[in-house]
Design a protein. Structure first.
Length: 344
């Protein structure tokens, strides 16, 4: 049997941990009867995409993104509509696609997934000609991506702190949204389009989203106040965001959004400035990915224990007048609870 050709594309500066031990780990853990491998290190932004493109041209069987969500996006976008499959060794701070596909955060176990050689075909999305594999968005969504990218710290706590701190200062915009089912006008903090269920760090923007249905989940977040902000942040981690009264959701293959002025969008967490008109669509079954044969996707089904916490927050918000008298104290309590929830 001819061995499969696999290329490991390592981003040495992604995440917070050194990648020095990864080549040795690959040598020890990879199934050498199945694969002939090579390792290439990225040297600049966009280099991973160039290496992955050469993998397709050389007809490599697998290109492995060893890094965070940005590295995964770079590699994956060069592999679309090709026979070269994507594999992931998650080394970033969010690892959204890896988490959605149930790829272990433990690098040894992620190599075991590669050794299983289980290839499946998934959808991906395009926003203004930029491919995304987990999520894209605009408004507060892209604004928070900018803040998160600028932050010196990474991880779920930093994300929650940005939501709590910056969200209350952000001014919502008015959007004209045209989907497969018609056109509507929304005043919203954000519009997110989800091919997969989460942003990363187990923050679920679209619980139940799947990369196999040929559609995106569209999430519209309406304006919220000081008391409602912690609930929204908590719902992201509790997989209960669709139950929130400030959230409107629907599914579609195509989306066109018009806004009054140019602004930021993000694709898989990478922010970029663009114009007033935004087009989003799903490319059905356009990317081949190595997955766990026993657990393909995490579609974000709610955890009943975490639902109890969500109910607790909702009950707090129902007693509005009393909370307003003790608002600061409640926000402190909410923040402490969020810190504990993100560790579950």
């Amino acid at each position: 049997m001819n061995k499969k050709k696999i290329v490991f594309i390592i981003n040495p500066i992604s995440g917070t941990h050194s990648k020095d031990e990864i080549p040795d780990l690959i040598e020890k853990r990879l199934d050498h009867e199945l694969y002939d491998y090579e390792i290439q290190l990225t040297c600049y932004a966009g280099h991973a995409a160039e290496i992955a493109k050469s993998c397709v041209e050389r007809q490599a069987d697998v290109a492995v993104a060893v890094g965070g969500d940005g590295t995964v996006n770079e590699v994956a976008r060069s592999l679309t509509h090709s026979q070269t499959a994507l594999a992931i060794m998650p080394c970033g701070s969010g690892n959204g696609l890896a988490r959605h596909l149930c790829i272990p955060m433990d690098l040894k176990k992620s190599i075991d997934i590669i050794n299983a050689n289980n290839v499946e075909v998934f959808d991906y999305g395009i926003i203004n000609e930029l491919p995304f594999f987990c999520t894209c968005g605009m408004g507060f969504d892209a604004f928070i991506s900018l803040k998160f990218a600028e932050s010196g710290k990474r991880g779920p706590i930093t994300y929650v702190e940005n939501v709590l701190k910056e969200g209350l200062k952000y001014e919502p915009e008015t959007y004209e949204v045209a989907s497969d089912d018609g056109a509507h006008c929304y005043k919203a903090f954000l519009i997110a389009c989800a091919n997969a269920s989460q942003y990363g760090n187990n923050a679920y923007i679209a619980p139940g989203a799947t990369m196999k249905d040929g559609e995106m989940d569209v999430i519209i977040m309406e304006p919220f106040n000081t008391l409602e902000a912690p609930q929204i942040a908590a719902d992201l981690f509790m997989k209960t965001l669709p139950n929130n009264s400030k959230i409107k959701t629907f599914r579609t293959k195509h989306l066109h959004i018009s806004r009054k002025q140019p602004g930021a969008i993000h694709y898989d967490g990478d922010p970029i400035m663009t114009g007033k008109e935004v087009d989003v669509h799903i490319e059905s079954q356009g990317i081949r990915i190595l997955t766990d044969p026993n657990m393909t996707e995490d579609t974000g089904q709610p955890n009943f224990l975490l639902n109890a916490f969500s109910d607790f927050f909702n009950n707090i918000n129902n007693v509005r007048e009393d909370i307003e008298k003790r608002g600061h104290r409640i926000q402190v309590i909410n923040k402490l609870l969020l810190r504990k929830l993100t560790k579950l």
